[in-house]
Structures are given as C-alpha cells and as structure tokens.
Design a protein around this ligand. Structure first.
Ligand code: DON
Length: 599
C-alpha cells in the first residue's frame, strides 16, 4: 500500500527547500522549520483525493496539456476511481486562471466559449473565469416535492429516491472548461478514465470499507448491487472494480461530447430509469441542461486577491468570512487559541445566518453579490460580534438542527508550469449519492435535490435550515457549499488553488486553510493539517477536531459556546505556485486514500 501525497510531474521531491517568501512577518517558525511540508515538483502539480486519478492529470501535464486539461482528466478519472465521491451523475464548480490571452486553440467562436470570454475577470497577466455545473431541478419539480400529506418532509424521498436526483451537470461543465480553455483533444483527456473503467480500479482497503458502510443503500439497487457486491459481498482489497458500462458511456462522451451524455443511449438509459421508477428527469430536461460560465467574485485579503464563485457556490460566504476576520491579528492571538477561535466561530455563525436566509440560485442574471462584501455591509456584520461572549442562535434567531457529514464530494487543484491554476469541486452529494446506478450507463445518481430547502425551517442532511431563496423550482440550482478558491500574490501573480469536500463544512475548511496560510504564516502542509473547528449557528455549537487543547475548549465554554467533538472535517486538496520555480502540493491527511496494489 502507498499513501498518496500530491501527485505531480516526476521527479517527486518531498519537502522542498522552503522557497516561499512569507506574505507578512509572523511569529511562527520559518516555513522550512515547521513540522510538515508540502510535496514539491518542478513542472506542475495535481492534488486530488485518489492517486490513480491524480496521475491521470499528471499525464496531461506531461503531454503538454495545461492545468485545465489536467483538472478535467483527473475529475473524470475520479468519477471512475472514487465513485462514492463524484461522478457523471453529479455536478459542481470549477474556477480557473490562465496566463495570457484565452481561450486557447482559437475555439472562441463556439457560443459557450464566447459567453465564457465575456465573463472573464482580468487579473495580473491573465484572466480568471468560473464554470457553474451545479445540477438543476427538473421541469416537473415543485416547491412541495418532498412534503407528505401532513406537510412534513419525506426524508427518504428527498435523499434516497429517483426524485432526489437533479439534472446532472458534471459532463457539460468539464467539457465546457476543456473545450474553451484546454489544449489537448477531448479523447486524450478522457483516455485515462476510460482505461480505469475498462481495466478496472484496484480496490483499496478504504474503498472496500466504504462499500461495507454503504451496503444497505447500494444493495437496495439491483445495478449497484451487481457492480459493487458481486456474490453479495463488497469488493475486497486486491480485487478490481470493473465498470464496462461506464467505460462505454465515457467513450460516447469522448466521441460525441455533450451529445454522448445528454442525448442518445446514455440519455435514454437515464430517462428510461426515471420513467419506470417515478423520477422526474425527462429527455427535455437533459437537452436543456447548460453549464454556466460565471465571473468570479474578488476580494482583497491582507493584500492578496482572493477569487471564489457566486451563489449557488459557497464562495460568497467564504469571501464574507475572510473579510469579517481580516482585521484580526492572527499572528498575535495564535493558531487555535480561544482568542482566535471565539471571534472566528461568531463570524461563521453570522455568515451562515445570511447564507441560509438570503442566498439561492440567482438564475442567469448575476446577483449583486458585491453588496454582501462591501465595507458597510461587512462592518455592520462585524459589529454584531461580541468579543467576549457567544451570541446564541436563540438570540440571533431560530431552532436547533442535526447535522451529518458524508465522506463524499471531492476536490482537485492543479498548477501547471506556466502558473495556470484550476480548482474544481464536484459531488453526487451523499456517499454513493442516492445509491442508484443507471443500468446500461454505469454511473451513480446524485441526491442534490436535498440541498434545496424542502420546507422553510426544516434542516437538510447537513443541518442547514435554509430559506425561500433556496426553495425548489423548475430549472433552479440548489444552493451549495462547494467553493473552489484561488489566491494570488499582491502583485497579481498566481499563488494558491484550494477547495474541499465536507458538506456545510466546506466553506469553513477552506477558510481555515487560508487563514492558517496567509494570516498565521504556516506553510501549506501545516495550514491544511492544523485542527479545525466548524460552526453554522444551527446547530448552535462549535464542532472541534482532535488537537484543539483542553484549555482552549474551557475558555470557549466560559465565553458561552457549546462544544462538540467532531470526526475529521473536510479533505482539502491544495497547490501553490512557487516564485522561484515549480509548485507545492498537499493532500489533506484527513481521509488520505490509499493506492491499492493489484494482486
Ligand atoms: O453542494 C453541497 O454543498 C453538498 N451537496 C456537498 C456534499 C458534500 O460535500 C458531502 N461531503 N463530504
């Protein structure tokens, strides 16, 4: 067994020489003297949650592809090698920055590329653009879709049925990014994923365990059962997961582009299943799906331009949080002290309160997201933080709720040799989505309809109690926490790409990675590894990871916080462009995925 760090162009050098100049003077050790270190590579870097998929991206970089080719190849490969986390049946968000003029290869005449070009944000010597490929509610979806006769939310239907599936966006989103901004031909980019599906993915111990954990869900569906439980037992370490139907679907996409998924045999397999099993997605829903190019939001955090995506992505909330805590002197209050964590948790609560009450899919008209980020708005919000006392949910509003985090969703960050950066987070929501595999097409379906507010005041699986702006409506995209993020040096040159899975903890995971890196001055590996907290107002408590000291917890209790020990939260994948050449990569040590050696 081998545990992957980041995967990159050979040769692999672990523990770089610490060539990154600190953004500011800090009271922590020099980066090279800290306990953990990123992996360094001379010619580009791919950080992903599974090593075979990361290698697929590195192959693209070696073949002359750019960060977009690599990120797309890796995400398609993850849909084969990490089927509990992401797949063709899901959706997500991608954020890219490329140096120089774009789109590449003169493909700008395509309407979607022209549209993307119109939404680029010039920054430094290049420009950035986002792709929103979040799933959309089918045309037949109504606001009361998941309410039973008594008006309560039918959680089974909202998460485990064909109705829980929104129209998938992953194929359209990845193809749009690759077509408009990649360099390599699509069949080359899809080749590693096809190969993995045909030749089989060696099953690791983690994978076998995750199948065991998902057995009730997966065995309830005949196609999933056949695929993952041959002979009635989960695939065992050393065996191979063979996915010939998924390989054929990927081949149709390689040949036909979007039409290989949204029309023809793949679409027929998906809509046929829907028609038989009470699902809502029709051929017209699939034909109508479009990935949306979006202009990124930008703030300056301690002189660093930070880019993230507007709703339905979680980026706006992340940027709000960065702005809220910006004045805090993290070097002097120190990593994970009560003096650091109390105002951080209070800021999280206020930002989630706004998110849950006000945010939703703005549709094709860009929302005035900037108004949430303007000085006045931030100052008003910041003024609500009591520096010495927790303000409870009862004081700020509402009722308690339960929350859980799946082990699904996945993030890929890539840096290429030209400094191009891509961050892409994709998901099918829960681990193995709704557990239903499309017969004849070989991919699992998302249950992202649960990210809508099924009923005002009723929590979803992540405990998020959301508002009317996120109600179910035909063609609307459910509000997400996924937040691919890019950070630049003060002079506008590319620096960090990061993102994470973790449900509602995605935003706070990315926040703490950036605060630790930029505010505290930890190197990227130490910034990712440091223990994290999460608070989202409802439920009204700070969740904390092992590693936060007992003294700190006591001081937080004295400030009025309820505390809950949490399992490891999030799994950030991050890369960093180094000024002197090469790049760093970091896999989150939480949930590191082993590479299984075939027998
Ligand atoms: O879009 C969202 O916010 C969720 N559907 C993401 C789900 C997720 O990250 C699950 N956990 N690891």
């Amino acid at each position: 067994m081998r545990t992957p760090l980041a995967w990159l162009l050979l040769p692999v050098v672990v523990a770089g020489p610490g060539g990154v100049a600190l953004a500011q003077q800090t009271n922590v050790l020099q980066e090279r003297d800290q306990r953990t270190h990123p992996v360094w590579g001379p010619r580009g870097m791919v950080a992903a949650g599974e090593p075979l998929a990361a290698e697929a991206g590195a192959r693209m970089l070696r073949a002359g592809g750019n960060a977009v080719d690599a990120a797309v190849a890796t995400t398609f490969a993850l849909s084969v090698s990490l089927p509990h986390s992401t797949g063709l049946g899901g959706g997500g968000f991608l954020l890219l920055w490329l140096p120089g003029a774009s789109p590449a290869l003169g493909r700008s005449h395509l309407p979607e590329c022209r549209q993307a070009r119109g939404r680029e944000l010039p920054l430094g010597r290049g420009s950035a653009v986002g792709v929103d490929f979040r799933e959309v509610a089918p045309a037949a979806a109504r606001s009361d879709l998941f309410l039973d006769a008594r008006g309560t939310v039918d959680r089974q239907r909202a998460t485990r049925s064909l109705q829980s599936t929104a129209v998938p966006g992953t194929v359209a989103g990845l193809l749009l990014a690759q077509r408009c901004y990649g360099r390599l031909p699509l069949p080359q980019v899809l080749a590693p994923a096809i190969q993995l599906a045909r030749r089989g993915v060696p099953v690791s111990r983690n994978f076998s365990q995750s199948l065991q954990a998902g057995s009730v869900l997966l065995k309830a569906d005949p196609t999933s059962r056949q695929l993952f439980f041959p002979g009635g037992v989960p695939l065992q370490p050393g065996q191979r997961l063979l996915q010939p139907q998924l390989a054929a679907t990927l081949e149709r996409i390689a040949q036909g582009g979007n039409a290989g998924f949204y029309a023809g045999p793949t679409a027929e397999a998906l809509t046929g299943l829907m028609a038989q099993g009470g699902g809502l997605i029709t051929p017209a829903d699939l034909r109508a799906y479009r990935a949306r190019p979006v202009m990124p939001l930008q703030i300056s955090f301690r002189g660093h331009p930070v880019l993230a995506l507007p709703p339905p992505s979680g980026g706006l909330t992340l940027l709000q949080l960065l702005r809220l805590v910006e004045p805090q002197e993290l070097y002097s209050t120190g990593l994970n002290s009560a003096a650091t964590l109390h105002p951080l948790a209070e800021a999280m609560n206020l930002a989630y309160l706004q998110r849950n009450n006000l945010l939703g899919d703005p549709g094709d008209t860009p929302i005035a997201a900037e108004r949430f980020l303007e000085d006045d708005a931030i100052q008003r919000l910041r003024a609500q933080i009591n520096p010495s006392r927790h303000r409870s949910a009862v004081e700020l509003l509402a009722k308690p709720a339960l929350m859980q985090e799946g082990s699904d969703t996945t993030h890929v960050s890539v840096a290429d040799r030209q400094g191009g950066l891509v961050a892409v987070t994709s998901s099918i929501n829960f681990a193995y989505g709704n557990g239903i595999t499309v017969p004849g097409a070989g991919f699992l379906l998302n249950n992202q309809m649960d990210d809508f507010s099924a009923k005002i005041g009723s929590p979803n699986a992540f405990g998020l109690v959301q508002g009317r702006a996120n109600g179910i409506a035909p063609g609307r995209r459910p509000l997400s926490s996924m937040t691919p993020t890019l950070v630049f040096r003060p002079d506008g040159s590319p620096w960090i790409a990061t993102g994470s899975p973790g449900g509602s903890r995605i935003i706070t995971t990315v926040l703490q990675v950036l605060l630790n890196r930029i505010g505290v001055g930890l190197n990227l590996a130490a910034a990712v590894a440091a223990p994290r907290i999460h608070s989202q107002l409802l439920p009204d408590r700070i969740e904390w990871e092992e590693g936060i000291s007992a003294d700190t917890l006591q001081l937080l209790r004295e400030r009025g916080h309820a505390l809950q020990r949490a399992v490891a939260m999030g799994a950030a994948q991050s890369v960093e462009v180094i000024r002197g050449g090469g790049s760093y990569g970091v896999n989150d040590p939480r949930r590191a995925w082993e590479l299984a050696q075939p027998e």
